[in-house]
Design a binder for this molecule. Structure first.
Ligand code: AMP
Length: 598
């Protein structure tokens, strides 16, 4: 009897201890959105001072490095000395340092603390991934950005406890020659324990198990993300990805595989297309025969017209769709809105493998006008004005500081951060739309180096996007759409001309495509292009139609190079040395039209 009481007491104590640990874990995990907002408000009210302090901190930590010593700062950490001594650089200038770090020869060449991880930028713009340093400070600023935008988002679109259907994928990780872990920046983030903790704190843990996120084959991971979403369909509150392209890609795939997904749910078995043992084992734990759920999904899909509102129907508790939707993601918005139905699209933050820049603190703005408020404590930011009259005689204008930018002006961003980049050209063009307290709100415009140019013409990624949008309108009447697009300049023909590649959802008549081609040509309104076209210094624009699935082949090619699907951006202009992509486009071209617009 006495033994029994003792046993009961031990059980009770163990139970209480377990509950206490759970409670403490929950308390540690929870974060207070209002406190996060208050912190950002304080930082942004005094952005100038915070910038100077941040620069000082960066230089105090890294002043003794080989790179800084070469610059001759000699311990000074004020902005003027910094700008006088440290040159503006591109990735190629820092490459020798980063390579030595990756080779294990000088881990502290750029930072006081040794760099132990390398990120691979997506490489869709240059054709091959670049190495950039990654460290704890970058991880921390990533979480700060996530939490900041979440706090503002949650004010407007509050969510309760639930899950997120996140189309996130890890890329292959490998060791560099010097033994450093290397992977895409998103992979480095997803693998970090902080990431999961933050997602739990934001009440949006991913509904897929790690085996799916970190699986070696993204086609299989994507299928299982969809399956997990359906299994947890009532709990899904947010559908997201890093770049919106992944969401559109996922639901385009859903259209192909939905019957198989429904069968898996009905029978509690996993499709034979999933062959990776770890994924099969993890999914096996989630699946059980559920004919009722299968019937519900079936009837929801049967009630749809042309897949409109698919996401809303499949995941009825979803509050919003979230991901980067600006810049090169804008062409996917139409399709995303179609799948989303009435659900709001909330555009995610602005950053890069090199470091974060700003958070979306105005979640109600549509993606087309979304802005990013710069976090003044995560790096020291400078802005090269791009106004023509300031760039005289081929000389670039002097960069200005964060708080000196002007509303309505466009700039190229320079980053100085805690991971060894100093006055680093990110290559992005942004426009200042306003200020949040004293920190600017930036709109992403385009990549600076992505230019279609033959002689005096200059057309950016944005110009191409607008031209494609205008011409694609002509297809709308036939209920057809441009699935994806890219371009290149053909300098082998005489005179040179632009080539635009389209993948289309159907098979329009030649006359219609000829019209689209003329419309594309006319929609490039840059004065240099117009005048060159009129005097035939640039030849007629060529529209090439490629086979269905061509852009998936391009994606597969980049994934094979080590890029992450999570960070994938279709290259909008393919350079002359990007042979594999040019080859994919060329062998898949099925029709070609030359403009008769001029
Ligand atoms: P990555 O090479 O994968 O690190 O991609 C970084 C690049 O993606 C940036 O330099 C931008 O060109 C683009 N990017 C990142 N965030 C955004 C955003 N919110 N809007 C538009 N483009 C973005």
């Amino acid at each position: 009897m006495c033994f029994f009481t003792e046993f009961n007491r031990t059980c009770l104590i163990s139970f209480l201890l377990i509950e206490l640990v759970k409670m403490l874990e929950k308390m540690e995990e929870r974060f207070d959105p209002e406190a996060v907002i208050e912190e950002f408000e304080t930082l942004s009210r005094d952005a100038g001072r915070v910038q100077r302090e941040t620069l000082q901190k960066i230089l105090d930590e890294n002043g003794g490095t080989e790179y800084m010593q070469r610059c001759g700062l000699n311990g000074r950490s004020d902005p003027d000395s910094f700008k006088a001594c440290v040159p503006i650089v591109s990735h190629s200038d820092l490459e020798p340092y980063i390579q030595r770090i990756a080779d294990g020869n000088s881990p502290c060449a750029l930072t006081g603390k040794p760099i132990t991880t390398i990120s691979l930028s997506s490489g869709t713009t240059q054709g091959k991934p670049k190495f950039v340093p990654f460290n704890d400070e970058l991880m921390e600023s990533t979480m700060q950005i996530y939490k900041t935008s979440f706090a503002y988002r949650n004010r407007e679109y509050p969510i309760g406890n639930g899950k997120a259907l996140q189309f996130i994928y890890s890329s292959k990780q490998f060791k560099t020659k010097g033994g450093l872990a290397a992977g895409t920046a998103t992979t480095n983030v997803y693998r970090n324990a902080q990431f999961k903790k933050t997602m739990r704190a934001m009440q949006t843990p991913c509904c897929s198990p790690d085996e799916v996120i970190f699986g070696p084959d993204f086609h299989q991971s994507l299928y299982c993300h969809l399956l997990c979403g359906l299994i947890f369909r009532d709990e899904v509150q947010v559908v997201s990805s890093t770049f919106a392209h992944s969401i559109v890609h996922a639901f385009r795939t859903f259209e192909q595989v939905w019957e198989e997904l429904v069968t898996d749910i009905r029978e509690g078995t996993l499709s034979s297309r999933i062959t990776v043992p770890s994924i099969r084992a993890a999914m096996g734990k989630l699946l059980e025969p559920n004919p009722e759920l299968a019937n519900t999904i079936y009837s929801k899909i049967s009630g749809l017209s042309n897949w409109y509102g698919l996401i809303q129907e499949l995941f009825p508790s979803t509050k919003y769709i979230y991901g980067i939707m600006t810049g090169s993601m804008e062409p996917y918005l139409k399709k995303l809105r179609h799948y989303a139905g009435e659900l709001p699209l909330l555009s995610a933050d602005y950053g890069s493998s090199e470091g974060w820049i700003g958070a979306n603190v105005n979640p109600k703005l549509t993606p087309e006008v979304a802005t990013f408020a710069v976090l003044p404590n995560i790096g020291y930011f400078e802005f090269i004005p791009l106004r023509e009259d300031l760039n005289c005689q081929g000389q670039e204008a002097k960069p200005v500081e964060l708080t000196d930018v002007k509303i309505g002006e466009e700039y190229e961003i320079l980053i100085t951060n805690f991971a060894g980049l100093y006055r680093y050209r990110l290559g992005d063009v942004v426009k200042v739309k306003g200020f949040h307290n004293s920190t600017p709100e930036l709109q992403f415009i385009c990549r600076r180096n992505l230019l279609l140019t033959i002689n005096i013409d200059k057309n950016t990624e944005k110009d191409l996007q607008l031209a494609v949008e205008a011409a694609a309108q002509l297809l709308a009447g036939e209920k057809l759409e441009v699935v994806d697009f890219t371009s290149r300049v053909d300098l082998l023909s005489e005179p040179g001309h632009y080539v635009v590649f389209w993948e289309i959802s159907g098979d329009p008549q030649d006359e219609l495509l000829q019209e689209c081609c003329n419309c594309l040509d006319r929609s490039f309104v840059d004065a240099g292009y117009l005048s060159s076209r009129k005097v035939r210094a640039i030849g007629p624009l060529e529209l090439r139609i490629v086979r269905k699935g061509t852009f998936h082949k391009i994606l597969d090619h980049y994934v094979g190079l080590g890029a992450a699907v999570s960070q994938f951006k279709t290259p909008r202009c393919v350079g002359p040395t990007n042979n594999t992509v040019l080859q994919i486009l060329s062998v898949n071209a099925v029709r070609s039209y030359f403009s008769t617009a001029y």
